[in-house]
Design a protein around this ligand. Structure first.
Ligand code: IMO
Ligand code: MG
Length: 477
C-alpha cells in the first residue's frame, strides 16, 4: 500500500469501510475483521435503519447503532455527529451488549455531543410520509429522513441539549412546533386508506413486524393526542441521563488519536447507491453512506484516508422501493435469497422484510467505486454463488448505445436501460470451509473475483465465503 502523503510521520492510519450497493453488503463482519489492526473505530452515518451482523464463535450480534468493533475488547469506539440516534434503540443495545458480557464502559465508547436525536414525532412523520406517497420509498420507519431534515433545517434536538439549562423549554418549543405538522399530515386521505388496508389485513392474518410498526405509528399520529409533551420530555430526560456518561467530543478525540499514532477505522452504514446525492434518488436514505460521510462527521478530509474499502456482495440485493436493473424473480432468486431459515439469508436485519435479489451489477459497481474513491474491494458471500453459473451485468443500453461507465444514477434513464449485457462465468461447486489462502479458492471463483476487479477497475483484495470470522481469504499482493 503506498504511503499517504497527507499522513505525517508518526500519525495513525485511517481507513474507511463503505458499502458499494444498496446496503446489506456484510460491512459488519468486514469491520470486525479489519478492526483487529486498528485502535479505534468510528461509526459516521445513518441510524438504526442499519443492521450489522457480527458472528463471533457461536455468538451472533446484531447491531444497529454501536460500531461492530465493540465485540473486540481492546478497541475504543465512537458514534460521530453524522449519526442520528434513537435513544431507546441505543439503550437497548447497550443493555443487550452488557448482558452478553461485552464491555460497554464509557471509557471505550464515546458519542458526540452534537449527534442528533430521533424523537417520536420523527417516527410518526416517517410513517405519514410513506402513507401519503403510497409506500413508495419503503423506508425502515426509523425516523431517519425526518431526523436529517431537522438537522438540515437547523432544528431538532441533539445529545448536547441535555446539558443545557433550557432542556425542558427547548424540547417544549420543538414539540409544539412539530405537533401541528403531524396533525396536518395525518389528515391526508392516503393515511386513512393505509390504516384501513393494514387493519383489514390484520383481521385475517398476522402483520409482519414492519407492517405492525407502520400501523402503530399511523394510529398514534392520527390519535387525538399524537404526543404528550410532558411525558416525552420526561422520557428523554431519563434516557439522556443514562447516555450522558457516553457523551463527548468525538472530533477532537479522533484527531488526537490520529496525532498520537493510533490507527482508526471509519465504519459506514448503508451503501453508496443509497447515498442522498450519489444514489438512486429519491430511493435513497437521507445521509451520505460513502467516505464523504466520514469527512463531514469527523472533519477529516478524504485526502487523509489511507484505504477506502468498498464492501460488495457477490450478487445484488435491495430492500425497499427503487430501481434494480438486474433484479431476478425466478428460482435463482430463491437460491440467492434463501428461505429465511439461516441468519445469513436475505431478509432485513432491521425490518425482517425479504430482500429483492439479482445478479451483480458491474455498471453500478464501477460507478460506486469511481465516484466514492474506493481503493479496493472486499467481496462478501461468495459461497452463495456456489453451484450456480454466475452472471455479471457489464453494460447498459441507453439511448441505443451500450455503455459500461455511468457518472450518475439519480436519473430515470439509468433505472430501466433498454437492454442489459450480461457475462456468464463458469461456476464452482463448493468452497471448502477451512481454506486459508486465496489460491485454495476454486479457480472459477478466483476468476469471478478477477473479473469484478477488471470491471470496477479497483482490486478485489479479500473475500468472505462463510459468516464465521475464519471464512475470509486475502489476495497476496
Ligand atoms: P445497512 O447498514 C439496506 C433503505 C430502506 C429504504 C431506504 C430509505 O444494514 O446496510 P430510511 O429508513 O433510511 O429512510 O430508508 O434505504 N435502507 C437500507 N437498506 N440496508 C441498510 O442499512 C439500510 N438503511 C436504509 O430500505 O429503501
Ligand atoms: Mg441492513
Amino acid at each position: 500500500m503506498p504511503v499517504n502523503p497527507d499522513r505525517l510521520p508518526g500519525q495513525g492510519k485511517l481507513d474507511v469501510i463503505v458499502g458499494t450497493q444498496w446496503g446489506d453488503e456484510g460491512k459488519g463482519r468486514m469491520v470486525d475483521l479489519l478492526s483487529q489492526n486498528a485502535d479505534w473505530v468510528a461509526r459516521y452515518g445513518g441510524g438504526d435503519n442499519a443492521g450489522h451482523t457480527v458472528t463471533v464463535g457461536k455468538e451472533i450480534f446484531k447491531l444497529h447503532l454501536t460500531p461492530s468493533a465493540i465485540v473486540r475488547p481492546e478497541l475504543a469506539v465512537m458514534i460521530g455527529r453524522g449519526v442520528v440516534v434513537n435513544p431507546t434503540t441505543l439503550l437497548d443495545e447497550l443493555n443487550m451488549l452488557h448482558n452478553r458480557n461485552i464491555d460497554v464502559d464509557p471509557d471505550r465508547y464515546l458519542i458526540d455531543n452534537h449527534t442528533r436525536i430521533i424523537t417520536k414525532d420523527m417516527l410518526m412523520e416517517d410513517a405519514l410520509k410513506e402513507a401519503v406517497q403510497g409506500g413508495k420509498i419503503g423506508t425502515t420507519l426509523r425516523g431517519i429522513g425526518p431526523a436529517y431534515t431537522q438537522r438540515t433545517s437547523r432544528r431538532g434536538p441533539e445529545m448536547g441539549w441535555f446539558e443545557n439549562a433550557n432542556f425542558d423549554t427547548d424540547l417544549k418549543n420543538y414539540f409544539e412546533e412539530r405537533i401541528p405538522l403531524i396533525r396536518a399530515m395525518a389528515q391526508h386521505p392516503g393515511v386513512a386508506e393505509t390504516i384501513e388496508i393494514l387493519t383489514d389485513k390484520a383481521s385475517s392474518q398476522n402483520l409482519s413486524a414492519s407492517e405492525q410498526r407502520y400501523l402503530n405509528l399511523l394510529q398514534a399520529a392520527t390519535s387525538d393526542e399524537p404526543l404528550d409533551i410532558k411525558k416525552e420530555t420526561e422520557t428523554l430526560r431519563k434516557q439522556l441521563g443514562q447516555i450522558k456518561p457516553y457523551m463527548g467530543d468525538t472530533i477532537t478525540r479522533a484527531h488526537n488519536l490520529l496525532n498520537h499514532g493510533k490507527d482508526g477505522l471509519g465504519e459506514g452504514a448503508q451503501g453508496h447507491l443509497l447515498d442522498l446525492t450519489g444514489g438512486t434518488y429519491p430511493f435513497v436514505t437521507s445521509s451520505h453512506p460513502g467516505p464523504i460521510g466520514m469527512e463531514e462527521s469527523f472533519n477529516i478530509p478524504s485526502s487523509r484516508f489511507d484505504r477506502v474499502i468498498g464492501v460488495t456482495k457477490a450478487f445484488q440485493t435491495r430492500v425497499g422501493g427503487g430501481p434494480f436493473p438486474t433484479e431476478l424473480s425466478d428460482e435463482i432468486a430463491w437460491k440467492l435469497r434463501g428461505t429465511g431459515a439461516n441468519p445469513w439469508d436475505e431478509y432485513g436485519t432491521t425490518t425482517g422484510r425479504p430482500r429483492r435479489v439479482g445478479w451483480l451489477d458491474g455498471v453500478l459497481l464501477k460507478y460506486a467505486a469511481k465516484s466514492s474513491g474506493m481503493t479496493e474491494i472486499a467481496v462478501t458471500k461468495l459461497d452463495i454463488l456456489s453451484g450456480l453459473e454466475p452472471q455479471i451485468c457489464v453494460a447498459y443500453k441507453i439511448d441505443g448505445q451500450w455503455v459500461e461507465t455511468i457518472h450518475r444514477v439519480d436519473d430515470t434513464k439509468y433505472w430501466e436501460p433498454e437492454d442489459l449485457k450480461y457475462e456468464t462465468l463458469p461456476g464452482w461447486e463448493e468452497i471448502q470451509p477451512g481454506i486459508k489462502d486465496w489460491e485454495q479458492l476454486p479457480e472459477n471463483a478466483q476468476n469471478y473475483l478477477d473479473r469484478i476487479s477488471e470491471i470496477a477497475e479497483v482490486p478485489v483484495t479479500f473475500t468472505s465465503f462463510s459468516p464465521e470470522r475464519e471464512g475470509v481469504v486475502f489476495r497476496n499482493q
